[in-house]
Design a binder for this molecule. Structure first.
Ligand SMILES: [Zn+2]
Ligand SMILES: [Zn+2]
Length: 357
């Protein structure tokens, strides 16, 4: 391999992924190039592989990576060569109208426009990757944190915490979280940090249930044994919860969030519904025929240095350790296997760690 090329894990065509050689990217004035040290595969990558999210063939996959600064553009300040950095899965410009309004995930006036990696440019499942607007999007990783920990700040915790933030929990509030995959588990961590008084986690897989308990769920509802709506209403004296979080992306769980939320409650969606790709229905009676004062939020990872720093800080001081979510570890040469396992969810996989060195 020539000195100026690298290995990148790409979408060859829908359903086919693999490693190709690409030139190492060169930074523009505001960009940085990061040498990847570790990455994680996300369910979103699997959606892309399956063609549910459509992208250009040949594009590098991945949006959850950490590494060291390899090269910087002439206008980049506040970073140094060789510094360990985390980059969020969403890398907004922080300059456009939507970013200025605070909706950085909807950057460039486009829905989910902040999702640059893979969707608009090469992702970061490669030995090197380019980050635009580096100053705004790279956060230094303290030496007390491992790459493994820092990776969780790039997407899972940021998205899960957003779910808890959109749930607008007050101290002692009740919350139900549908599904305890990596985002649902991160939402559980977020709800615990936000001071929920009762966290009900809906999940059937034993290891995920165990993690949910460890991360702060008070009650686990197994939807294969119990009707979650009935059980959640029972647990809240028929009142329903103050907030419900949808972290799966299915019509059934979506509708359930309306059924378990009390009037004036919040419904916080972080599940991706493109997999089913049908209009979502809102059940009329639980929505008060449109007059229930229930609020619905839907969002994704907001990205940005400051948000990364906040999440990293929580881990630095021992408030959060999400690493038990990592069920498998692979080398760069095994990424395809990690993708296939994430697709089939075999062997209880939740989050696979990819080590580059
Ligand atoms: Zn992700
Ligand atoms: Zn923007």
């Amino acid at each position: 391999m020539a000195d100026d090329t690298m290995r990148a894990f790409v979408l060859k065509r829908v359903g086919e992924v693999g490693v190709v050689e690409k030139p190492i990217p060169e930074p523009g004035p505001n960009d940085a190039v990061v040498r990847t040290t570790a990455a994680m595969v996300c369910t979103t990558d699997v959606h892309t592989m399956k063609g549910v999210i459509s992208v250009a063939p040949g594009v590098t996959l991945g949006h959850e990576a950490v590494g060291v600064v390899h090269a910087m553009g002439s206008a980049v300040e506040g970073l140094s060569d060789g510094e360990r950095v985390a980059v969020a899965g969403v890398t907004p410009c922080f300059q456009c109208e939507n970013c200025q309004r605070g909706y950085t995930s909807q950057c460039s006036g486009r829905m989910m426009g902040g999702a640059v990696f893979t969707n608009q440019a090469d992702g970061n499942m490669a030995e090197y990757f380019l980050v635009r607007n580096a100053r705004a999007n790279l956060a230094p990783i303290s030496e007390t944190l491992s790459d493994h920990q820092a990776l969780y700040a790039t997407d899972m915790l940021s998205t899960g915490f957003l779910a808890a933030e959109h749930a607008e929990l007050e101290l002692g509030d009740t919350v139900a979280i549908f599904a305890q995959g990596a985002v649902g588990l991160s939402a559980t961590i977020g709800c615990r940090l936000r001071g929920a008084g009762l966290i009900i986690a809906v999940e059937s897989i034993p290891w995920r249930q165990e993690l949910a308990r460890r991360f702060g769920a008070d009650v686990i509802v197994d939807h294969t044994h119990d009707d979650p709506v009935r059980r959640i209403l029972e647990l809240t004296d028929g009142q329903g919860v103050d907030a419900a979080i949808e972290a799966l992306g299915t019509p059934g769980t979506w509708e359930a969030t309306f059924r378990v939320t009390k009037p004036g409650g919040r419904i916080s969606n972080v599940g991706y519904h493109g997999d089913v790709n049908e209009p979502l229905k809102i059940p009329l009676e639980p929505f008060g025929y449109g007059m229930s004062d229930k609020q619905v939020y839907g969002g994704l990872n907001r990205g940005g240095r400051e948000r990364l720093r906040r999440i990293l800080r929580l881990m630095e001081h021992g408030n959060v350790d999400p690493t038990p979510m990592t069920t498998h570890e692979f080398g760069f040469d095994e990424i395809e296997r990690a993708f296939r396992m994430m697709e089939t969810k075999e062997d209880g996989i939740i989050k696979p760690l990819i080590r580059f060195e």
